[in-house]
Design a protein around this ligand. Structure first.
Ligand code: SF4
Ligand code: SF4
Ligand code: SF4
Length: 512
């Protein structure tokens, strides 16, 4: 046994133990990527660097054994910067999209490829659940959204963008999803305005157990969606149905209720927060004490706070816009900020996570993406746009998706640590990017351009007795992971494909 100090705490451990394991005994977590307890350690990623404070040297904690009297620091500015640089070097030749371009283009950030996969599989109830994580009125938006997502869809230059908007409409119309609000928290929030922004904020806060009261000067909810959009473009019963779903969560509506300055001041006293979502601001509202910007109320771009404590402003109260999806997105984001405020958390709005991205596909890459898709032009509904797609059309159209998102999006150490350490993807990217390749196994996909050459898959397939497994192919900078003897990936991974995909620290190996 020997004694050392980690972050000034003394610990006694067996000799031969790594600094990483000793820190773990103290409950101190050090980030790792190329380390896997099931297989022998081969240090390569250098994310686990720590500092020997006696000589200031940075050491890879996964491979350096403890020494008597050592004094180790696991995080300071220098270690943070070294880890950030290590991540940026890994990202410099990393070619992958965490989120699909369509998801990034959607103001509400809807997870479009997941919706498409579920629709293609006929799982309509699950599909609407995915949509409603970000869009409170899926059917309505399926009729009126100009679909910026389709403008950027990777399938567009080949044979037409995936018909995302109509697919979302179908999910909203046909998918059954019974939302259950969380138990009441005791908080109450007033929302002024029942258009897209107000309804969206109401939906996401009521779901979290906050009691919402919506005030509107009109006699019925819907705002401009009801008054400005012709019924032959957005049938009224579609709007009514989705508002009713929100009302059924327990949201209270007070109609014919135009809020005056004194009533606004009363709302501030009676409610934990007030969200202003009443559309273009009237002259009287300019006297409410809220700072006015050029085109409306002045609010923070991320959390929608105004200069008045507890007062938030969204939608057309900020600036005129005809994009209901933008208002809907702001309502959702303001709901997140209000929730943070109610729970004494930092009021930052919806968190924005690190996203690896690359630009347009080059011609040979289409063939790689088509391996997971189907041939065929964009479907125009046989019964016309207003009627929308039939079930068969939906399944076929959804199957046209190229699945541009990463299959490890919620479970990728490279993404998580890049986010945590503020890594900048392009800092060390000087060369032209490599073309994307995709190799499909029956249950996993291998994308070499996302591989960090940690070798975990090589050692795992060897340990589990795969006949071929994975191995290093080539030398130096050009080394790659692959199946030996040019065998295909199904031959290489007979028994441990999913296990290896789970162990891969990036989306180079991911389950499909
Ligand atoms: S092909 Fe699918 S995932 Fe890719 S951009 Fe289009 S809809 Fe999104
Ligand atoms: S594919 Fe293998 S070598 Fe590449 S990152 Fe994944 S586990 Fe590591
Ligand atoms: S491997 Fe990780 S960082 Fe790369 S695209 Fe996938 S999720 Fe993003």
């Amino acid at each position: 046994m020997l004694k050392l100090k980690i972050n000034n705490t003394e610990i006694e451990v067996e000799s031969g133990m790594s600094i990483l394991d000793a820190a773990s005994e103290l409950g101190i977590e050090i980030p790792t990527m190329c380390h896997n307890r099931e297989v022998e350690n081969h240090t390569s990623c250098m994310i686990c660097l720590v500092k020997n404070t006696k000589n200031g040297r940075l050491l890879p904690s996964c491979s350096i054994p403890v020494e008597e009297g050592m004094e180790i620091l696991t995080l300071d500015d220098e270690i943070h910067e070294a880890r950030q640089t290590g991540l940026e070097l890994l990202l410099s030749d990393h070619v992958g999209d965490c989120e699909a371009p369509c998801t990034i283009a959607c103001p509400a950030h809807m997870d479009i490829p997941t919706m498409n996969r579920l629709l293609a599989a006929g799982k309509f109830d699950e599909a609407v659940q995915v949509v409603k994580q970000n869009i409170a009125l899926p059917s309505v938006l399926g009729y009126i959204c100009p679909a910026p997502c389709e403008g950027i869809c990777r399938r567009r230059p080949i044979d037409g963008a995936v018909s995302i908007c109509l697919l979302k409409r179908f999910a909203g119309n046909e998918g059954k999803y019974t939302e259950k609000p969380a138990p009441a928290t005791g908080h109450k929030v007033a929302i002024v305005g029942s258009g897209a922004a107000g309804l969206s904020a109401a939906y996401y806060l009521q779901l979290r157990g906050v009691q919402i009261t919506v005030f509107d000067k009109a006699a019925i909810a819907g705002g401009q969606m009801r008054t400005e959009i012709p019924h032959d473009r957005l049938p009224e019963n579609v709007l009514d149905r989705e508002i009713e779903i929100i009302a059924n969560l327990g949201v209270q509506f007070k109609f014919n209720n135009e809020i005056s300055k004194s009533e606004f001041e009363q709302l501030q006293k009676e409610y934990d927060a007030v969200i202003l979502a009443s559309g273009l601001i009237a002259d009287e509202q300019k006297t409410w004490g809220i700072t006015i910007a050029q085109k409306g109320f002045d609010a923070d771009n991320n959390n929608y706070t105004t200069n008045l404590p507890g007062v938030y402003a969204v939608g057309n109260t900020l600036r005129p816009s005809k994009l209901a999806i933008r208002s809907l997105a702001q309502g959702k984001e303001a709901a997140a900020a209000v929730w943070q405020m109610l729970n004494n958390m930092p009021v930052v709005g919806e968190p924005k996570k690190f996203n690896s991205k690359f630009s347009k596909l080059i011609i040979p890459e289409y063939a790689q993406y088509m391996k997971e898709s189907v041939e065929g032009n964009r479907i125009e509904p046989v019964n016309g746009l207003l009627a929308g797609m039939t079930t068969d059309e939906v399944k076929t159209e959804a199957a046209r998706c190229l699945h541009c998102d990463c299959r490890k999006i919620d479970n990728c150490k490279l993404r998580d640590f890049s986010d945590q350490y503020g890594a900048v993807q392009k800092r060390f990217s000087f060369n032209e990017r490599k073309p994307v390749r995709k190799y499909f196994h029956q249950s996993i996909v291998y994308e070499p351009e996302k591989c960090i050459k940690c070798g975990i898959c090589v050692r795992l397939t060897e340990k589990h007795g795969e006949k071929f497994g994975f191995t290093y192919i080539g030398r130096g900078f050009d080394v790659e992971i692959g199946v030996p003897f040019n065998e295909n990936i199904n031959e290489g991974l007979k028994t441990v494909a999913e296990k290896v995909a789970d162990a891969c620290p990036t989306g180079a190996l991911g389950k499909i």
